[in-house]
Design a protein around this ligand. Structure first.
Ligand code: GAL
Length: 471
């Protein structure tokens, strides 16, 4: 059994008195026998082997070469070398007691030209991963697009190009035909608001654009892609369980001043509503007339179409933190900014992300209230901390507390009637954390990026014990 000290985090949280935190020991069995517990990774963050077996560069390989965009000049060329070590890594997943494994397909490995003919070596790699999962009794959850567009398609405009939907349908078809006889669970897009806004409006992720008009085009196209990906899978994979992932955050206005309230509403619209509402057939959110008109003026073709609607079997929600928002007239377009967690009296992670399981509960309930969602799975949730070795171990108490408190909130949501079917911890092992490079460590397993040595952290052992109690 792993010894867990009561940490600063749990103390601070209990001061806020979340009643669901005080309901006795947490048992995996309380989630029910058919609940999916898994870990998630993604291709760019874990695979490495960036130039091997015919893979062409993705937008992340190219973006990472730019000066000053990624912490410590980190590159996703090798990362955790999952490409060569997947067998050992999947054994770890199994040993930690998880029953599901979420990973993504590298588009530029499968289709080095972005479109056209599939690369057999690329297909073989994902086949091997899937087969190994099945051999170990792990259920594979496949994400089709986790932010790594082939660079050749970026040169043609990427997600801002009107051709992207044709390219994406082709990619999905290839994957459905190659893997559909063994993969039941599919996730079409990972966090569309993340890759469109960070990649095309804020310039903080690949492809590093700062262009409002392009951003709006990417929103339009990604909203179509998430639904069309669903249609292709439905047609080609009998009995598929089809979902797509949304990031979400409870949004809290900094004060009750009208300017802060409306700034918070604008951010809420962008972060939480922009993609789920068209998918559910509700159209783009229109109640903030000012913001929506601004968007429409930038891009006249930007409107809801029925191509954006699809009846998903489940919705993947990914939550890490709530956001406190204040009015900021100097911020272009949204005129709002985030009030840092470290400037408030709240617990936060090494990325200055507020730790607040109560907000996790609220945002899950809020999505459920939309109606029209069959099932919810939490497809990512986790925390980065500055892990330190002590006598060969990493006693990451704060991460254990993060998981405990968020699982308690999840159980509460389930008790309150949300049809929750799964939870995936982010992430199996420390990996390439996008613009944060290798500095932000989210793993249950520590990775030494010089030697590729894996060391299970105490949070990994905590999960093993928690899942072993499943009976
Ligand atoms: C998500 C993303 C993951 C991971 C995580 C932690 O937004 O899907 O790839 O990086 O955040 O930052």
């Amino acid at each position: 059994m792993v010894e867990v000290e009561k940490s600063r985090i749990l103390e601070m949280l209990s001061e806020q008195s979340f009643s669901f935190l005080n309901q006795g020991p947490l048992k995996a069995a309380a989630f029910g026998p058919d609940f999916h517990f898994g870990v998630a990774i993604s291709a760019t963050q874990n695979e490495g082997a960036a130039t091997i077996d015919g893979r062409s560069p993705s937008i992340w390989d190219v973006y990472a070469r730019r000066k000053g965009v990624i912490r410590n000049k980190a590159k996703p060329t090798v990362t955790c070398d999952f490409y060569h070590r997947y067998k050992d890594d999947l054994l770890l997943v199994k040993a930690l007691g998880f029953s599901c494994f979420r990973f993504s397909i590298s588009w530029s490995r499968i289709l080095p030209d972005g479109t056209g003919k599939a690369n057999v070596a690329g297909i073989n790699f994902d086949n091997d991963v899937i087969n190994e999962c099945l051999r170990l009794g792990l259920i594979p959850f496949v994400t089709l697009y986790h932010w790594d567009l082939p660079q050749v398609l970026q040169q043609e405009g990427g997600w801002a190009s009107p051709l992207i939907n044709r390219w994406f349908r082709h990619f999905v078809k290839i994957c459905a035909k190659a893997f559909g006889n063994r993969v039941k669970y599919w996730l079409v897009l990972n966090e569309p608001v993340g890759f469109t806004s960070l990649g095309y409006m804020l310039g903080k992720h690949a492809p590093g654009k700062r262009n409002l008009e392009q951003f709006l085009k990417t929103v339009h196209h990604a909203a179509i892609a998430q639904a069309e990906g669903g249609h292709v899978l439905r047609e080609l994979v009998p009995n598929a369980q089809i979902g797509t992932c949304f990031s979400c955050s409870e949004i809290v206005p900094y004060t009750s001043k009208p300017a802060d309230l409306s700034a918070a509403r604008r951010i809420d619209l962008l972060i939480n509503r922009l993609f789920i509402e068209p998918l559910l057939g509700k159209g783009f959110p229109e109640d903030d007339k000012g913001l929506m008109d601004k968007m429409a003026r930038q891009n006249l073709s930007w409107r809801f179409t029925e191509r954006m609607q699809f009846d998903m079997d489940f919705i993947g929600l990914q939550n890490y933190f709530p956001l406190v928002i204040r009015h900021n007239p100097f911020m272009p377009f949204v005129q709002a900014s985030v009030v840092k967690a470290s400037s408030r009296k709240v617990p936060f992670t090494s990325l200055d992300w507020e730790i607040n399981p109560g907000s996790f509960l609220q945002i899950i309930k809020r999505f459920w209230k939309y109606g029209g969602i069959r099932e919810i799975m939490i497809t990512e949730n986790g925390a980065a901390f500055k892990d330190r070795f002590s006598q060969g171990r990493i006693n990451d108490t704060e991460r254990i507390d993060y998981f405990k408190s968020h699982l308690s909130a999840l159980l509460q949501a389930k008790k309150e009637g949300v049809n929750l079917k799964g939870y995936f911890a982010w992430t199996l092992m420390d990996n390439f954390e996008w613009a944060e490079g290798f500095d932000a460590r989210f793993g249950l397993v520590h990775v030494d990026f010089n030697t590729q040595l894996r060391t299970v952290k105490n949070s990994g052992y905590w999960w093993r014990d928690f899942l072993n109690s499943y009976s």
